[in-house]
Design a protein around this ligand. Structure first.
Ligand code: ASP
Length: 313
């Protein structure tokens, strides 16, 4: 089977000044994840690696660079799913660790549960030997500035909406199909700028932010999480595919339906079990990239598809 891996770097009203870094970031992560697949690695390892790279990238809203809640703190969510077994793991409202996606994977592999929250998630991280960072070390000057701007406009109450809170976006996600025909998906986020303390996102919810099933496909979503949750977006896209829709239409139709009904925007990346791609967003922009054979495809604007040959170092 020809392996394939796609990543996104978040959907939203991305500022022009942030565009080059977002594109650079998704290309690096897509190539690194694909390399694992090309060397016979699993879809699960590939999506975890790609998302870890994006969590380390300060221009993304995940890991270091995460947006801030109303109290100026980073609270992160992540989820991962193995399409071959439907095993899944997730964390929400986790603090001060570099790679929430790896903690989500440990929840999947080493606990009987799917989702661990807050102090319990951090306690599990400590038990698993994941280093606890000094409080505040994931906070970037850009994130501080975005919260300041949000508070200036919106007062102290969370009033999240695309146009009123461009803040920052850049939730990250990856979906992969490996040479054995197995699918996996992973998503990680700092949430939405100016969110209430203790708010959980779609990214922590299997079926909304992340889903993978070898018999259908894999999906990772991004955008207005409180809307994404209401349409169970990742699962809804896969249901469309199961009912005969191609991945592109399956993805776009759920996004369009959500935006029409709830007046908010989102994006998603999809791979079907046969390796067909869907990339859609109802927001102004979403950075994405995928590698297939020796070509990387990428874009950030509506209708934009660029491609480049990848020279192996
Ligand atoms: N879906 C994320 C959330 O609602 C944000 C994003 O994707 O940009 O927290």
């Amino acid at each position: 089977m020809e392996p394939i891996l796609i990543v996104h770097g978040g959907a939203g009203d991305i500022k022009d000044s942030r565009v080059p870094d977002k594109i650079k970031g998704v290309k690096i992560a897509a190539k690194a994840g694909y390399k694992i697949l090309k060397n016979g690695g699993t879809a699960l390892d590939a999506v975890e690696t790609a998302v870890r790279i994006l969590e380390d990238d300060e221009s993304m809203n995940a890991g270091r660079g995460s947006v801030l809640n109303l109290d100026g703190e980073v609270e992160m969510d992540a989820s991962i799913m193995d399409g071959s077994t439907l095993a899944a793991g997730a964390v929400t409202i986790v603090r001060d660790i570099a790679h929430p996606i790896s903690l989500a994977r440990l929840v999947m592999e080493r606990t009987p549960h799917v989702l661990l929250a807050g102090p319990g998630a951090n306690k599990f991280a400590e038990e698993q030997g994941i280093p606890r960072l000094l409080p505040g070390s994931l906070i970037t000057p850009f994130a501080k500035e975005a919260l300041k701007e949000f508070k200036k406009k919106g007062g102290s109450l969370t009033e999240i909406g695309g146009k009123d809170n461009p803040g920052d976006v850049g939730t990250v996600g990856a979906v992969a199909l490996d040479s054995q025909g197995h699918l996996a998906a992973a998503t990680s986020t700092g949430g939405i700028n100016g969110k209430m303390v203790g708010r959980s996102s779609d990214t922590s919810l299997i079926g909304s932010g992340t889903y993978a099933d070898d018999e259908i496909g894999g999906v990772s979503t991004t955008g207005h999480g409180d809307s994404i949750i209401k349409v169970c977006m990742a699962y809804a896209i896969l249901k469309n595919i199961e009912n005969g829709s191609d991945p592109q239409k399956a993805t776009q139709s759920v996004l369009d339906k959500m935006s029409a009904k709830l007046n908010n925007t989102a994006g998603a990346i999809t791979i079907s079990k046969t390796g067909e791609i869907g990339v859609g967003f109802s927001s102004k922009r979403m950075s994405w990239a995928y590698q297939k054979a020796d070509t990387i495809y990428f874009g950030i604007e509506q209708e934009e598809v660029q491609s480049e040959k990848v020279i192996d170092e």
